[in-house]
Design a protein around this ligand. Structure first.
Ligand SMILES: Cc1cc2nc3c(=O)[nH]c(=O)nc-3n(C[C@H](O)[C@H](O)[C@H](O)COP(=O)(O)OP(=O)(O)OC[C@H]3O[C@@H](n4cnc5c(N)ncnc54)[C@H](O)[C@@H]3O)c2cc1C
Length: 395
């Protein structure tokens, strides 16, 4: 913990007995085995921003991160206000440091392997201080290996706010990484901020060029590729749209479909009208060293010269730890959330790229994390989220 950043005037103990709700179910002696108010899964910009804003509302929050940032392939992140060009790892380090400056915040390097629910918690109003079926959550349902007791003991003599429910609703199973312990913790709220996974077209040396010569986010990295001969490689139906976006940066652009039938003749004509060529032949591989791309070699041996490019991966959620939970997902497996980040399961929220449309930008993910923190606070206090009634259906 960075001492110079230490916040909180309660000597570092979460759940200070000052009468405020928050910090580990502490106030009121109503604690029924809660370790954390909130567990956030993933410490990318979404999870870090959610956690920072949660600890600043004095919620005892654990953020667990498996430390596999999607953007680790790149050396510079662009477009994040005041941090344009920052290394992705540095941005995360700064975020973790800010959180660790608060007594209520804790960061663990680990992988969340499962989230279990105590009882049939499906009604959002359950968080107003009562279980939907009128019964308490049963602490005996916690999976083996829980270290829940210590937290309860630490907060046993705190004072309760009037309208908060301090029962644990979720068990979160964490596999420790880098020497941190395996453990199972109990939480009132879980925020899924675990980002997404990328699957690339099957091109042998694509990964070697990803993050340096080849990128996926046009808004993030297009500027740096201005005026270069560019490739756009993809096998999805949004290829024409992405080509038009990319044409902001170069008038020497070739779209490679890698043999996939994803561009209509009308789209090809439209692209040709903008000076964008289309290459429908299958790709054999990229040509050039990692530091210097020189072309795209097609299956028949022809080489199209380019010095940089963009690839359109297929995106899928990284939400295996929620398998088996009764929560709505879309056709691609992403969480269905409302505008405030609520899922269909009370107490479970989605932040960042765990919800459609998936891949976006750092600052968007951070904003979504902050918004979820506001929603969580309001619901833990029994209030409707601003701009959305509790009775509105999740779309
Ligand atoms: C190569 C590349 C370059 C990019 N460049 C830019 C750029 O310049 N500017 C920009 O704005 N955006 C950029 N982006 C996009 C940006 O990285 C994403 O928009 C952003 O990271 C999404 O944030 P997130 O918090 O939702 O998810 P992520 O940043 O992906 O974070 C999710 C975290 O959750 C963790 N996790 C996953 N599963 C678990 C689990 N079960 N338990 C614990 N932890 C778990 C992962 O290890 C990861 O650390 C780039 C993306 C890529 C791929």
């Amino acid at each position: 913990m960075a001492a110079e950043l230490q916040h909180g005037g309660d000597g570092g103990a979460a759940g200070a007995g000052d009468g405020s709700a928050g910090a580990g179910g502490g106030p009121g002696g109503g604690d029924r085995g809660v370790d954390y108010d909130v567990v956030v899964v993933g410490a990318g910009p979404a999870g870090l921003s959610a956690t920072l804003n949660l600890v600043r509302q004095r919620w005892r929050t654990l953020v667990v991160d498996s430390n596999r940032p999607r953007n680790a392939a790149t050396l510079h992140s662009h477009g994040f206000l005041t941090r344009d060009g920052v290394s992705p790892l540095e941005l995360r380090r700064l975020g973790r440091e800010e959180i660790e400056g608060y007594a209520e915040g804790e960061v663990q390097i680990g992988a969340v392997e499962a989230v279990t629910v105590f009882g049939a918690v499906t009604d959002l109003r359950a968080l107003q201080g009562r279980d939907p079926d009128g019964t308490d959550a049963d602490a005996s349902e916690i999976p083996a290996g829980s270290d829940a007791g210590s937290r309860a003991e630490r907060d046993a003599d705190s004072n309760a706010g009037p309208d908060a429910d301090f029962s644990a609703r979720f068990g979160v199973v964490v596999r420790g990484l880098r020497g941190s312990p395996d453990r199972t913790v109990r939480a009132r709220v879980v925020v899924a901020a675990s980002g997404l996974s990328e699957t690339f077209p099957a091109i042998p040396s694509l990964r070697a060029h990803y993050g340096t010569n080849l990128h996926s986010c046009i808004e993030c990295d297009g500027y740096e590729k201005s005026h270069e001969p560019l490739a756009l490689i993809g096998e999805s139906r949004d290829l024409a749209e992405r080509a038009v976006l990319l044409s902001r940066f170069s008038d020497d652009l070739v779209v490679f479909t890698n043999g996939a039938d994803v561009l209509s003749e009308a789209e090809q004509t439209m692209l040709a009208g903008r000076g964008i060529r289309v290459e429908r032949r299958a790709i054999d591989d990229l040509v050039g060293e990692k530091a210097a791309l020189t072309g795209v070699r097609l299956a028949d041996g022809d080489i199209v010269p380019v010095t940089a490019g963009f690839v359109r991966p297929a995106w899928s959620p990284a939400l295996g730890y929620l398998d088996g939970l009764p929560v709505d997902r879309d056709a691609h497996g992403f969480l269905v959330t409302d505008a405030a980040g609520r899922t269909s399961l009370a107490g479970l929220y989605g932040a960042g790229e765990t919800s459609a449309p998936g891949a976006q930008q750092l600052i968007v993910a951070a904003g979504l994390g902050a918004r979820v923190a506001t929603t969580v606070t309001r619901e833990l206090l029994g209030l409707a989220p601003s701009g959305a009634g509790l009775d509105e259906p999740v779309p």
